[in-house]
Design a protein. Sequence first.
Length: 324
Amino acid sequence: MNYFITGGAGFIGSSMADALAKDLTNKITVYDNFSTGFEEFLLKLKSLENVEIIRGDLLDESKLSDAMARSDFVFHFAANADVRFGLKHPRKDLEQNTIATFNVLEAMRKNGIDKIAFSSTGSVYGEATKIPTPEDSPFPIQTSLYASSKLAGEAMISSYCEGYGFTGYIFRFVSILGERYTHGHVFDFYKKLMQDPNELYVLGNGKQRKSYLYVQDCLRAIFAVIQNTKEKVNIYNLGTDEYCEVNDSIKWICEYLNLSPKLIYSGGEHGWIGDNPFIFLDCSKVKSLGWHSNTSIKDAVIKTVKYIEQNKWIYTARKGEANA
Ligand SMILES: NC(=O)c1ccc[n+]([C@@H]2O[C@H](COP(=O)([O-])OP(=O)(O)OC[C@H]3O[C@@H](n4cnc5c(N)ncnc54)[C@H](O)[C@@H]3O)[C@@H](O)[C@H]2O)c1
């Protein structure tokens, strides 16, 4: 199979590229503008004959369409993946997530490609009324521009499935942790603790409850769905059977780093406008395919800290607001 991976230089996209490239009968095209992705994640892949790396932007429609020629299956991971800063630049999520997804779908249509896997988010459920939240839960109210833009992407994909006979795999992820993680709360806490090991500023009251999934478990879940489901539109939550408080995560990080900082809370149930204080997805649908996560949230947090610790270049090189 010829796979086209948008965002293939990012955290999850490059991990997917690695997984697919192991099968030498696969051909992989990584398409990325390196806005938050890294050449370093592609070092091994660069030397493989079955991998092509193209530096390009999803907003460059003709480059995207040319690059996609001869592909069979598109993994669409590229996005502005930072939820928190949406209100600072309201157009960014629309352009990088919604319009970019439209461009991907159009490039597929022009090239006769009809299979797409899309990284959406559990944030589309907003402040869910039903927890654990199943895929068919109502979600009329969006709380972030990021989730709105992803939901619009989901909607367009399902319309292309209906209208042009595409098959769509839509994954609503909880937060993903693990090797090559470059943004999110573990990164932020690690960075703050390196700057001041005695004090840690925490957004909200620390009691926000969140679920997390280890990146390799996430990839296995994606493969389980793609290999075992054949609906026109296949929508799956990807998460674990656990959740933890932000305070638990802080405790594990500090224990691992052997630090006891004074915790200073900004206060309130929400860490920021649009932060959902309780995210816990019902993943029985993906589990019915025989998949289950192998890594606990605690282990995933520790693996992530270890990775950042061993790859300090990320800590300084991270581009965008997550490093602001
Ligand atoms: N990491 C998580 O916890 C999480 C949770 C839910 C959903 N997701 C989604 O999963 C996907 C991957 O997330 P990630 O954590 O790997 O993020 P990431 O920032 O590491 O990867 C995104 C990649 O897309 C590239 N990119 C961004 N805009 C582009 C554009 N216009 N043209 C070409 N390339 C572009 C970036 O350079 C980067 O390599 C995203 O769609 C994100 O919204 C991630």
